[in-house]
Structure formats: structure tokens, C-alpha cells
Design a protein around this ligand. Structure first.
Ligand code: NAP
Ligand code: MG
Length: 498
């Protein structure tokens, strides 16, 4: 209860405000006890006969039983996709393909609340984010590629774009539905069919998406969803697909690249990152603090392009860090389904252990840790928002992807030094630059080795804008016209005049 301060005979004014909880209802989500894999337009029992439990990471409560698909299941899914490709989808009128993509986009919008609740329930992300970011962006992605489906000849003039065939797609747990949209929308727009595997810990939104596909009356077999762990993913890589699109860890990405070498199968890899968010002394500091917070605490830091290394110009180090620490005390950590929550649950026990291990290494190596006072729930997987100062470039917390709500702060004096430090990582996915000078933004953008660079903002996404990295962050782009190209065959030769 808030303490009341008596002001003479006037109305008492609360002197300390407390949040009332504002939980989103779970009622809208109807879970099945046990799911099948989605093959040929229907849910079928896995031939493997194996299942595992998927959890709510905020309570460790089991939600449903999910098939652990084996190689035989994957083979059936690929066969179904191959059949759908050959018997209609690849030869369908492009406007017909666009029609289905538009339908899917509209249905996602109509059912967005249901999906948002499910996404938060199964993945631990705050409902505010699944509602305001994941769902609108997923729908926007389908709308965007629906628009290109019948304009490929214009998109790639003189190049005669043709579909590739069957795409095997493997996605991670940090943005389950959004990564599905990034994969499926361009594949279908290009006339391909799909076998997709969601991550082991977050299969439920992909399974609900199958219901959207049926509602949209997408022809059977055009999209097939198989669930399971890394072994299921490996079976897709080995199967008779024409292309693999993978988002996840650099380690698994490298293994897939080795596996596919010499097979002629196409490959795109969207891997990890260790982005620098760079604050110059002329930046608007209050806005920069918001950008830093959004950069690293959005989605509990489970973001490949997270601004996990903060590079601060020395002259503003103290005021900036003071503001940042003060801001952290206002972050609300807890129930992902509470509309007040800023930082939700860590996605899995395994990920929590990885974060804890790296944070312990940071302390051991000599960095100074700051965590705001916050009460973490007893059950479930949680980690308080964390800032490390006194970080040397060689520390593991400055080099390795933590994939959690943990920020490592470094300093610099000159723009050259900022560039050098920012690029001192095996990754090259994203970066942020905060300054009031446009010329400095362009100067930095030319020198930063990163696929995406945000200026005076962070973690902004748009389906029209290509996303992807270089170095150990992978290759290939998703989003925009660049994102269509990996799903098209141009017959090797350019038509003259192109
Ligand atoms: P991961 O193991 O690379 O998982 C990504 C996807 O690949 C999941 O569907 C995974 O299945 C599957 N997979 C695992 N082993 C495979 C194999 N040998 N062949 C084919 N597919 C395989 O990544 P993670 O375990 O989810 O997370 C580990 C680390 O990856 C994170 O800490 C983070 O550093 C990085 N990560 C990056 C991104 C990104 O957006 N770039 C996203 C997520 C994670 P399972 O779900 O069963 O593992
Ligand atoms: Mg894994």
C-alpha cells in the first residue's frame, strides 16, 4: 500500500506510487494437450512416436506435449513440400500466391492478441513487446512480400527470376513468430514451398500459425512445420531440400555450412552478434539512455543485434552512467503477461545458465557489476538487468555473445578509437551511433563493420529494410528485395540489358 501524506485538511496525496498489476488474460489461448507435426495441410502424429514437454519459462509450468520429429518425419514433410511445389504452387499465377500472403497477413492481424499472449506464455517475453513489436512486424512482413509476389519481374528486371524449390528453414527461440514470418513470407512470394522447424523451447506460435494457414486455405503441403530439437534441424539440413535458411548460433551455422559444402544447396545464415552502441559527447543523453535500454534490455537481451557493448566517449562517461543506472531502477522485471513488465523471463534454464556463467566470468576478470534492486519471482528463469563497467576489450563479456540482459561498458576518446573498438569482434551484425552531427554518422557508418547501423535510435525494424551481417554474423539478407534474392534462381546468366 502506498503511504499517505496528510496535507492539512486537503485530500491525502500518495507519496509513493506502486504499480497495480495489469495482467493480460490467458483465456484467449486454447492449448491442446498434445500437438502433431503439420504435414500436407494436416496435423499428424510423428512417426518417431516421441514427444517432449514445452514450458512457460516464467513459471516452469508445462504447457503441452510437442512431437520430437525424426528423420522419417522430416522426409515426409519434404516430400509433401516437393509435391506441393511440383503440383501447382510453383506454376501458380503470381497474383494467386500474393492472395494467400495477403490473407495470412490479415489473419495474423485479426488474431494478434491470441498470438501475442501465446508468444509471451511460451517464450517469456513481455506482452507489451509481443503485442507492439512481434505481431505487428510479423503481419507487416507478410503484407510486404505479398506486394512483391506478382512483381518479381519488376523487382529483378532482365533476370528472369524462378523459384528454387523446397526451402528448409530453421529458426531460434528469441522471436519465434517473427522469425517464422521472415522465413516463410519471402519463400512463398518467390514460389517456393517450405519445411520449417521452430526452436525446441518455443514451438507453440508456429503450431498456431498452421491454423492460420488452414484458415487462409493455403494449398496443402506448401508450408510444413516439424517440431523437435537440434537433431530435427540436422535432419532437415541432410534432407532433400534445395535451400537452407538458418537463424541461430554461429557454432551451429558453421556446422551447417560444413555439411552443405559441395552439395549445391543454397544457404543463408543469420548468426550471432556483439554490437557496439556508440555514444558521442554531443549526443542527446536522455534519448541515448532510452536507446541503450532498448538496445540491451529489449526481449531480455535475447536479440542477435542487441547493443550489448556500450562505447561511451570518456568526457560524458560519468553523467551517462549515472543516468543509465537511475533509469535501470525503474525497469519492471517480472510476469511476462503483465502489461507493466519491461523485462520478462529468460527463455530457458539452459540460456539462464549460459548468462550466469558469463556474468561470473565478468566478475572474475575484474569488471564491476551493477544491478538495480529488484525482486525476482521464485519460480521460473530470471535475470536482473545488469551493467558491467571497468570492462577491458579482452574480457569474455566484451567478446562473447551473452544473449541476456547484460551490458558491457567500454570507453573511447576519439572517433577512430571508437571504430577500432567497435570492430574488434568476430561478429559484424549491427551497431548504433549517437551524435547530433550527420557528418559524423556517415563517417562512422563507412567504417563500422556491421550489416545494420542505427543512428540516434536502436532496434528498429522494417520489412522493407534488409537485415543481416558479415564476418561471423553470417551471410545473406532478410527483408527488402535483398531478402527475396536468396529464394530465387536467376539461371546463372543475366539477360543482356540488365
Ligand atoms: P541454436 O542451437 O543455433 O538454435 C537455432 C536453431 O537451430 C534451433 O531451432 C535449434 O534447435 C536448431 N539446431 C540446433 N542444432 C542444430 C543442428 N546441429 N543442425 C540444425 N539445426 C540445429 O541456438 P540456440 O540454442 O537457440 O541458442 C544458442 C545461442 O545462439 C544463443 O545463446 C545465441 O548466442 C545464439 N542465437 C542467435 C540468434 C540470432 O538471432 N542470430 C538467435 C538465437 C540464438 P533447438 O531449438 O533444439 O536448439
Ligand atoms: Mg540449441
Amino acid at each position: 500500500m502506498a503511504e499517505l501524506e496528510q496535507r492539512g485538511d486537503r485530500t491525502p496525496i500518495p507519496s509513493a506510487w506502486e504499480y497495480a498489476t495489469a495482467p493480460e488474460s490467458r483465456e484467449i489461448v486454447k492449448l491442446q494437450e498434445r500437438y502433431g507435426i503439420f504435414v500436407g495441410g494436416e496435423f499428424v502424429e510423428p512417426r518417431s512416436g516421441e514427444y517432449y514437454e514445452t514450458l512457460d519459462p516464467a513459471s516452469e509450468e508445462p504447457l503441452a506435449e510437442i512431437p520430437q520429429a525424426g528423420p522419417e518425419d522430416v522426409a515426409l514433410a519434404v516430400e509433401s513440400a516437393r509435391g506441393a511445389f511440383e503440383n501447382g504452387w510453383s506454376a501458380a499465377r503470381p497474383a494467386e500466391r500474393a492472395k494467400y500472403l495477403f490473407r495470412i497477413a490479415r489473419i495474423l492481424q485479426e488474431r494478434s492478441r491470441e498470438f501475442a499472449v501465446l508468444e509471451s506464455l511460451n517464450g517469456g517475453k513481455p506482452i507489451r513487446e509481443s503485442r507492439d513489436v512481434d505481431l505487428p512486424l510479423a503481419a507487416a512482413h507478410f503484407f510486404y512480400y505479398a506486394g512483391w509476389a506478382d512483381k518479381l519481374e519488376y523487382a529483378f528486371p532482365h533476370r528472369r527470376p524462378q523459384p528454387l524449390g523446397v526451402a528448409g528453414q530453421i529458426i531460434p527461440w528469441n522471436f519465434p513468430l517473427l522469425m517464422l514470418a521472415w522465413k516463410i513470407a519471402p519463400a512463398l512470394a518467390g514460389g517456393n514451398t517450405v519445411v520449417l522447424k521452430p526452436a525446441e523451447t518455443t514451438p507453440l506460435s508456429a503450431l498456431l500459425f498452421c491454423d492460420v494457414l488452414r484458415q487462409a486455405e493455403l494449398p496443402a503441403g506448401v508450408v510444413n512445420i516439424v517440431t523437435g530439437d537440434g537433431a530435427t534441424g540436422a535432419a532437415i539440413v541432410k534432407s532433400d531440400v534445395d535451400k537452407i535458411a538458418f537463424t541461430g548460433s554461429t557454432e551451429v551455422g558453421k556446422a551447417i555450412q560444413r555439411e552443405l559444402a559441395g552439395t549445391g544447396k543454397k544457404l543463408t545464415l543469420e548468426l550471432g552478434g556483439k554490437a557496439a552502441n556508440i555514444i558521442f559527447d554531443d549526443a542527446a543523453l536522455d534519448q541515448a539512455v532510452e536507446g541503450i535500454v532498448n538496445g540491451i534490455y529489449f526481449n531480455q537481451g535475447h536479440v542477435c543485434c542487441a547493443g550489448s557493448r556500450l562505447l561511451v566517449q570518456e568526457s560524458i562517461y560519468e553523467p551517462l552512467i549515472d543516468k543509465l543506472k537511475r533509469r535501470l531502477t525503474t525497469l519492471r522485471v517480472g510476469d511476462p503477461l503483465d502489461k507493466n513488465t519491461d523485462v520478462g523471463a529468460i527463455n530457458s534454464r539452459q540460456q539462464l545458465e549460459k548468462i550466469e556463467e558469463l556474468v561470473a566470468a565478468g566478475k572474475e576478470e575484474g569488471a564491476e557489476i551493477y544491478q538495480p534492486p529488484c525482486r525476482l519471482p521464485e519460480k521460473g528463469y530470471w535475470f536482473a538487468p545488469t551493467v558491467f563497467t571497468n570492462v577491458a576489450q579482452s574480457y569474455r563479456i566484451a567478446q562473447e555473445e551473452i544473449f541476456g540482459p547484460v551490458l558491457s561498458v567500454l570507453t573511447f576518446r576519439t572517433p577512430d578509437e571508437a571504430v577500432e573498438k567497435a570492430n574488434n569482434t568476430p561478429y559484424g551484425l549491427s551497431a548504433g551511433v549517437w551524435t547530433e552531427k550527420g557528418s559524423r554518422i556517415l563517417w562512422m557508418a563507412e567504417r563500422l563493420q556491421a550489416g545494420v547501423i542505427w543512428a540516434n535510435t536502436y532496434n528498429r525494424f522494417d520489412p522493407a529494410s534488409p537485415f543481416g551481417g558479415y564476418k561471423e554474423s553470417g551471410f545473406g539478407r532478410e527483408g527488402g528485395l535483398h531478402g527475396l534474392e536468396p529464394y530465387l534462381d536467376f539461371g546463372g546468366a543475366e539477360v543482356s540489358g540488365g
